[in-house]
Design a protein around this ligand. Structure first.
Ligand SMILES: CCCCCCCCCC/C=C\CCCC(=O)SCCNC(=O)CCNC(=O)[C@H](O)C(C)(C)COP(=O)(O)OP(=O)(O)OC[C@H]1O[C@@H](n2cnc3c(N)ncnc32)[C@H](O)[C@@H]1OP(=O)(O)O
Ligand SMILES: Cc1cc2nc3c(=O)[nH]c(=O)nc-3n(C[C@H](O)[C@H](O)[C@H](O)COP(=O)(O)OP(=O)(O)OC[C@H]3O[C@@H](n4cnc5c(N)ncnc54)[C@H](O)[C@@H]3O)c2cc1C
Length: 670
């Protein structure tokens, strides 16, 4: 073995200690052996050309060079996908998470094509009629047209009904006239819009026959396909440097009485006829928000995957890194041996599992609701909206916090861009805001919870994810504390029920004392966010536990044991995090809390020998991890030194600025 492919001895030892079958766990996380094999096949085809490697790491490039480099790599990757990967996987895999994640090997930051596949294509699939899809979808999938999703404006993001861009129907020419009447009506933020896209989905207020019918979606060509020049009446550009997403050319867009054909309105859920008659969406008023629901569902998996990357980096690094002395003169321990380090990291492994299994479950719920809606039944949509809203909010918020924790766990080296942890953080922290801000989405879930509470109060049976509310009305007093997984979950459900109940009481009391409903709701929103968070926690705990029980039924004993330890760690961790709530809503005692703490610390000890095996089971290739600290071979120090050689500042022994500025300064007199 050369030193280049030699595995770090500490990491090799960790792998020898691992007592479970790593592949078995990978299969569970991927959703089955076939899925793992297909993922590996895709990665082999897409990555074995080594096209991802930049001669100069992208962080050293100027804004222009970075963008051009991102486009170059996006085209390379798209060609590989079109010509090689889809040959073996089929076109239905075009937008699959596996391909999205494999693409991470090409970009430390973001592909400017991300929103084309992530939202433009889904908006065509979800919002267009079959006839419209036949016109647009093949061209979009073949990258003959490249799109963005332009909804947010300078003045409004959260409040979609407040958007100001107008689309006024002109029956004379059978066209819509798009217009940006104010500075705040300019579209702002859309990924890929600034420099890359030649088309976009535009969300605008629809006017026809003198009446406004609210926001609708339109497909709009914004640039010439030959010259890429913005079309007359279109003003478009890039919004400027951001915390992350700097290769995603997030853009602005304004229209000056810009005309598009009538059939460019996405007409699956509402139509404007040739004479200007508006035909209302028959089934549900919010179906035009469907693309957002789809992306919120996919973001739970994204949160899991990015957290899995971060914790893979941090655990491998913590096995390689030695620091301090436990006793005078003793060998420096691996930092992974410190219980405090285990406390930082093992919860991240467990959370990545919890979110991955919850994401799959949510995806199945989403497809079931879609199937019902195809049959004309929209009854399950409110529950899906409530679920996808809170799960998106919590998974992105927790993943953000834990990725930062992984960075802290890597000390100073975690602050290096080459560790990839700062990029991961900058990417994931944005997911807490985009596709619906954290607070705003939890308040959406709260609306659903208050209604469900009122239904349960009146004796009606409520939908499955809030079924615990029915129990709330049949049991008296605090929930009996019980340290089994099912017992902890029941207590968390009682916490949620108790908090929702307090919200309802607050709202009612405020109304009784003279407030109108809106003000009473507004004054209760701090509690409502808290109640929605508690509900969502109970959903995640419940789903994670149920899925582990179901998926490990036929697993080997050691896999069963280690996955059980992780899920128990997760349940215990959250019980300890929420002791205040548990004391308020259950019979838990001081003694029970002491026991929980001991149980938690024992779990850290049990999981410790399998920690590296557990992150290996995420099976994330080095090309995708892109980290000096987290590679499979653990050559941390060598890689950090190799990276230094790529630093353009080190190309010449003396920087020109020395002669230009430093030397004159040194020579000048005070
Ligand atoms: C290739 C693979 C791809 C994988 C890619 C993954 C990664 C993708 C990376 C993408 C990168 C960047 C993407 C960023 C994109 C964006 O950010 S696009 C912009 C997104 N914007 C938002 O999310 C805005 C958030 N705001 C809203 O959703 C709404 O305005 C809000 C719900 C807050 C309020 O809407 P209103 O119209 O004002 O509604 P209300 O009056 O509050 O509610 C009325 C009732 O309607 C119900 N409702 C609301 N929304 C929905 C919905 N979507 N579905 C079903 N029902 C909905 C609401 O609960 C109310 O019901 P009630 O009256 O209580 O019964
Ligand atoms: C990296 C990135 C990429 C993006 N990509 C796209 C894209 O491709 N296409 C697109 O259309 N948009 C995109 N966006 C925009 C994004 O969807 C919005 O920024 C997001 O929905 C939040 O809206 P806002 O910016 O208007 O925040 P605001 O609504 O102004 O929120 C500001 C604060 O006010 C609070 N707040 C707002 N309303 C309420 C309320 N009713 N109750 C309580 N609190 C409230 C929020 O909680 C938040 O703390 C992107 C954003 C980012 C950061």
């Amino acid at each position: 073995m050369t030193s280049k492919n030699k595995i770090n001895e500490d990491l090799a030892n960790e792998r020898r200690k691992c007592n479970f079958n790593i592949e078995e766990v990978t299969y569970i996380l991927d959703g089955g052996k076939e899925k793992t094999l297909q993922r590996k096949k895709i990665e082999d085809v897409a990555l074995n050309g080594g096209a991802s490697v930049d001669d100069i790491p992208e962080e050293y490039l100027s804004a222009r060079e970075r963008y051009e480099n991102a486009i170059r790599k996006s085209c390379i990757y798209t060609n590989i996908v079109k010509n090689e990967v889809l040959e073996i996987t089929g076109i239905e895999n075009y937008g699959s998470p596996v391909l999205r994640r494999t693409g991470d090997a090409f970009f430390k930051d973001i592909s400017p094509f991300m929103l084309h596949l992530g939202m433009f294509v889904p908006s065509i699939i979800g919002q267009c009629t079959a006839e419209q899809q036949a016109t647009w979808l093949p061209r979009a999938l073949d990258m003959k047209i490249i799109g963005a999703y332009a909804q947010t404006e300078l003045g409004h993001g959260t409040f979609i009904r407040g958007l100001e861009t107008t689309a006024t129907y002109d029956p004379e020419t059978e066209e819509f006239v798009l217009h940006s009447p104010t500075i705040t009506s300019y579209k702002w933020w859309a990924g890929g819009l600034g420099r890359t896209a030649n088309h976009c989905t535009v969300v605008a207020q629809l006017y026809t026959q003198g009446k406004c019918h609210g926001t609708h979606l339109f497909i709009v060509q914004i640039r010439d396909l030959e010259t890429h020049m913005p079309l007359p009446g279109v003003k478009v550009g890039e919004i400027g440097p951001r915390m992350g997403f700097n290769t995603a050319d997030n853009g602005f867009l304004g229209f000056n009485n810009y005309r598009i054909p009538r059939m460019n309105m996405m007409m699956k859920n509402a139509q404007v006829l040739k004479d200007g008659t508006y035909v209302k969406a028959a089934r549900h008023g919010k179906l035009t928000y469907g693309t957002m629901v789809f992306v919120r569902v996919t973001l739970v998996g994204e949160a899991s995957f990015n957290l899995a990357k971060a914790v893979t980096i941090a655990v491998r690094y913590s096995a390689v890194r030695r620091q301090s002395e436990l006793r005078p003169g003793s060998i420096e321990p691996q930092i992974l041996d410190y219980p405090t380090q285990q406390h930082k990291l093992f919860i991240c492994i467990a959370t990545a599992h919890a979110f991955q299994l919850t994401a799959s479950w949510l995806w199945n719920t989403f497809t079931a609701v879609q199937a019902e809606m195809k049959k004309g039944n929209v009854d399950t949509l409110p529950e899906l909206h409530a679920l996808s809203s809170c799960l998106k909010a919590l998974s992105t918020s927790d993943a953000t916090a834990y990725i930062e924790q992984c960075r802290f766990a890597c000390g100073g080296h975690g602050y290096m861009l080459s560790s990839n942890l700062p990029f991961l953080y900058a990417f994931v922290v944005a997911t807490r805001t985009y596709e619906g801000d954290y607070t705003v989405l939890l308040l959406q879930t709260a609306r659903f919870l208050v209604k469900a509470w009122e239904q349960a109060e009146s004796g009606k049976v409520v939908t499955p994810t809030v079924a615990y509310l029915n129990r709330h009305f049949t049991t008296n007093g605090k929930m009996i504390w019980d340290n089994s997984p099912e017992g902890i979950i029941r207590v968390f459900q009682s916490v949620a029920a108790g908090k929702i109940s307090l919200c309802v009481r607050s709202i009612r009391n405020r109304i009784t004392s003279g407030m109108d409903h809106e003000d009473a709701w507004l004054m209760t929103t701090v509690q409502l966010v808290n109640a929605a968070e508690a509900h969502c926690r109970s959903v995640i705990l419940h789903t994670y536990w149920n899925e582990i029980v179901r998926l490990t039924k036929h697993s080997s004993d050691n896999v069963k044991t280690v996955l059980n330890q992780l899920v128990m760690l997760y349940l215990t961790y959250w019980a300890l995090e929420r002791t205040g709530d548990l004391l308020r809503y259950s019979t838990i005692s001081e003694n029970d809390i002491d026991l929980l703490q001991r149980q938690y610390e024992e779990l850290l000890v049990k999981i410790r020998p399998n920690a590296v095996g557990l992150v290996d089971a995420f099976d994330i290739r080095d090309e995708i991890l892109q980290s000096t600290l987290g590679s499979y071979d653990g050559r941390v120090y060598e890689r950090l030194m190799e990276e230094v050689q790529k630093n353009p500042l080190n190309k010449e022994p003396v920087d020109p600025s020395f002669h230009k500025y430093l030397k004159p300064l040194m020579k000048s007199k005070i």
